[in-house]
Write a protein that binds this ligand. Structure first.
Ligand code: SF4
Length: 764
């Protein structure tokens, strides 16, 4: 479709004038839902934030977090200048504010000798979730990794989503080729381990996820939620199956078993585009509903009926998320989700699970691709295979503690808070304290960055432009939205900070001009664009075409991507196509239409087909078969939970979001409470193989018997943390209980759910 018909007459540069101020529109950067916000500014300050009713995707939806960008922007705890630590983190006088040049010089003074003496693998990098939420993180992290030249790369991906990347890579040929449930057209949504009424969606970008679910029911459709807890999402769905934590993969393969056994398999649009269908019956054969029922806690008749209903639904989608992925069978479960979508003819079909086509990418050509593999190298201590060029964050502490060549001696963190979010957090906390150097790019002194020797704070999100590279690729509708910066930054932009670190790591020194990295990045995309034009613009002409007064380097790169993307203007060859200028002229975003079938064009597998039984996954099924017979008697399993007002550990320093009753409680079923002698409001000790904590008890039949639940992202009472609001109600860190030795072997993802624990009352 052309885009000119959607252009509006608004110049976002100045915003719309309102009495005593101006109104601006921008995409919320806080979670994957990418809601449009309407921000009113008066006297240079945010006066009000509400949902943008004209946003083409969110239509005015906003959650309580979205309106707190003002509080985040003005938070007195947010660092405005770099700090250098010269002593114990708990000693307030150890932290010294310095200017930017001094901070970079300090990084160079301490980082370069470590590289020279111990080699490049001695420096590790950890990339947190926030990097997926802005252009600088998405574009400048890779040059930094390249400059460091280290194999010790870790990220939040092995905390919660690597299983999806691995199954997508093996089935479709690329780790980012993730089908999303076509929420707006499906008749039947089977949702496992996901609670979008609290999370607002993950690996599925859908602003107003609750409204989209309600619409499924309103049009006569069904939603079935599989979860150990009666979540808000389960309550909305009305159909809830309680499942024993960690057994989603067993259930999914039992559903596939029924489809095969009852000859209900129909590949629909995929009929000519699959490989490996003949292997599926043997793989799912052991997972009879009768055998899986006592494992999952879901009756065999229910499993059979669910499989039949799924097969019979005109348009159905299976969607699994955190509870499905963050267990030791995460990749098998992730495969099971898309296997079911394929076997029921719902993969790549409207109303099923579909591949988005974001504006910054081009369509593929179909045919055999490069394929996907893992394990090109292995971690030093535990020999975990690399996955997407990184190692499991669960082994970061091992690599720090274990002496020898390649031992990690320095760490650069960019966003994220692994001390709260990764397994065996107590051990990682100690490990970070043992490092020779920690450099953190982060706006706060939090549980992780309290270990930093140098903190380089990026400015507030309201000072940067916004375009979601990651989430438009996971979107239930193809949309594009760009927002200009709202305020002048109070320090160098994040891309500049990352560029400076890249140059220091590359040996060019703290005085090197960050424009060197800007130019390298732009040259790279311009070169590709020029080649694809075949006789069109030269590299220099492409660069000139995206130049403009005051334009950020990130936006120039984005413009090249947009103009050469699937809807792009091809630098004038397609006059009604997209460019950054077109997005600038459309502050409420541009709707590029519903998702369209993309198989086979989207595939990158070596066969050029959807691989239904990729060898690494098929080989791992034996492990799941063995687990069918494991004795589970007396197990109490810990699971996490989300809350609308939290976003991992991010939002606990915003008073309006943490007020009200205590949220960091241990949910216990009444039967377990009676058996264990736990009273509502009392405290309990929770012990796992690796740690213990004390938490207040909340007795509730919301959780199933044999399961306890504790939210993650809490535990803000460590010495040296400078989060004054969060510190008032610190809560406890659930990850002191998670076991770093328990991983999903195919993806290296941590098992943050289904953790065996013992619970006992605290006797005063
Ligand atoms: S749902 Fe997510 S994107 Fe939307 S307002 Fe809330 S935090 Fe922002």
């Amino acid at each position: 479709m052309g885009v000119e018909d959607q252009q509006q007459r608004r110049d976002t540069g100045s915003g719309d004038a309102v009495a005593g101020g101006s109104v601006h529109y921008r995409t919320c950067p806080l979670c994957e839902a990418t809601c449009g916000l309407e921000v009113t500014v008066r006297d240079g300050r945010v006066a009000r934030i509400r949902g943008d009713r004209d946003d083409v995707f969110s239509h005015g939806f906003i959650c309580p977090k979205g309106s707190t960008l003002k509080q985040l922007h003005e938070d007195p705890d947010r660092l405005r200048r770099p700090v250098v630590r010269r002593g114990d983190p708990a000693d307030p006088t150890a932290w010294e504010e310095v200017d930017w040049q001094e901070a970079y010089a300090e990084v160079e003074r301490r980082l370069v000798p470590i590289i020279e003496q111990h080699g490049r693998d001695a420096v590790a990098i950890y990339l947190g979730n926030p990097n997926a939420h802005h252009l600088a993180g998405a574009l400048y992290a890779r040059p930094l990794i390249r400059s460091l030249g280290t194999r010790n790369v870790f990220s939040a991906s092995t905390v919660d989503q690597m299983p999806k990347h691995v199954s997508a890579g093996l089935m479709f040929g690329g780790p980012l080729l993730i089908p999303v449930p076509d929420l707006d057209r499906t008749d039947f949504l089977l949702m496992l381990g996901a609670n979008p009424l609290e999370s607002n969606g993950s690996l599925c970008t859908a602003p107003d996820f609750p409204g989209r679910l309600e619409a499924i029911l309103a049009r006569g459709g069904r939603i079935v939620v599989v979860d150990p807890r009666r979540t808000k999402t389960a309550a909305l769905a009305g159909e809830h199956l309680r499942i024993r934590p960690g057994t989603d993969a067993h259930l999914l393969l039992a559903l596939a078993h029924v489809l095969v056994d009852e000859e209900l398999v129909t590949l629909g649009p995929l009929a000519d585009h699959t490989e490996g269908l003949e292997r599926v019956p043997e793989l799912v054969a052991p997972f009879t509903p009768e055998r899986v029922a006592p494992v999952t806690g879901i009756a065999a008749t229910t499993i059979r009926d669910l499989a039949r209903d799924l097969a019979a639904a005109p348009r159905a989608a299976v969607y699994g998320r955190i509870g499905t992925h963050t267990v030791s069978f995460g990749t098998l479960a992730s495969w099971g989700v898309d296997l079911l979508n394929a076997l029921t003819g719902n993969l790549d079909r409207p109303g099923g699970a579909m591949f988005p086509l974001p504006a910054h990418t081009a369509t593929g050509t179909g045919g055999p691709g490069r394929g996907y593999s893992t394990g090109r190298w292995a971690s030093r201590v535990r020999e975990y295979p690399e996955v997407n060029s990184e190692f499991p964050v669960a082994t970061l502490a091992d690599e720090i503690f274990e002496p020898g060549e390649g031992q990690i001696r320095a760490l650069i963190t960019v966003g994220g808070n692994p001390v709260l979010s990764t397994p065996d957090a107590g051990r990682l906390d100690k490990a970070l304290g043992a490092l020779e150097l920690v450099v953190s790019v982060d706006p706060y002194r939090n549980e992780t960055t309290r270990h930093a020797d140098v903190i380089l704070p990026p400015p507030s999100p309201l000072t940067r432009s916004q375009y979601d590279l990651a989430f438009t690729a996971l979107s239930v509708r193809n949309v594009a939205n760009w927002s200009p910066p709202l305020f002048e930054p109070d320090g160098p932009p994040e891309h500049e900070i990352l560029a400076k670190l890249s140059l220091i790591a590359a040996g060019q020194g703290a005085d090197a001009d960050p424009a060197i990295v800007d130019e390298l990045l732009l040259h790279g995309v311009a070169e590709r664009a020029s080649e694809e034009q075949r006789g069109g613009l030269s590299v220099d002409e492409v660069k000139a075409a995206v130049d403009g007064p005051g334009r950020a380097p990130t936006d120039k790169v984005l413009d090249v991507m947009l103009r050469t993307g699937a809807y792009g203007d091809r630098f004038g060859a397609r006059p009604d196509g997209l460019s950054l200028a077109v997005l600038q002229a459309n502050p409420h975003g541009i709707d590029l239409g519903p998702l369209e079938p993309r198989v086979p064009e989207v595939l990158r597998t070596r066969s050029g087909k959807v691989e239904l039984a990729p060898a690494p996954i098929a080989d791992d099924v034996a492990r799941l078969v063995a687990d069918l017979d494991r004795d589970r008697t007396g197990e109490v399993l810990l699971v996490g939970r989300r809350h609308l007002r939290s976003n991992n550990s991010w939002m606990h320093n915003v008073r309006v979001l943490v007020k009200g009753r205590e949220r960091c409680t241990l949910l216990v079923h009444p039967d377990d409470a009676a058996r264990l002698g736990l009273a509502d409001g009392a405290t309990a000790t929770v012990r796992s193989r690796v740690g213990s904590l004390v938490a207040p008890v909340e007795v509730s039949d919301e959780v199933m018997a044999g399961v306890v639940s504790l939210p993650h992202g809490w535990g803000h009472d460590l010495p040296g943390v400078e989060l004054s609001v969060a510190g008032e109600r610190p809560g406890v860190n659930s990850n002191v209980l998670t076991d770093a030795d328990v991983l999903d072997p195919l993806s290296g993802n941590a098992a943050l759910n289904a953790i065996p624990v013992e619970v006992s009352p605290v006797v005063s």
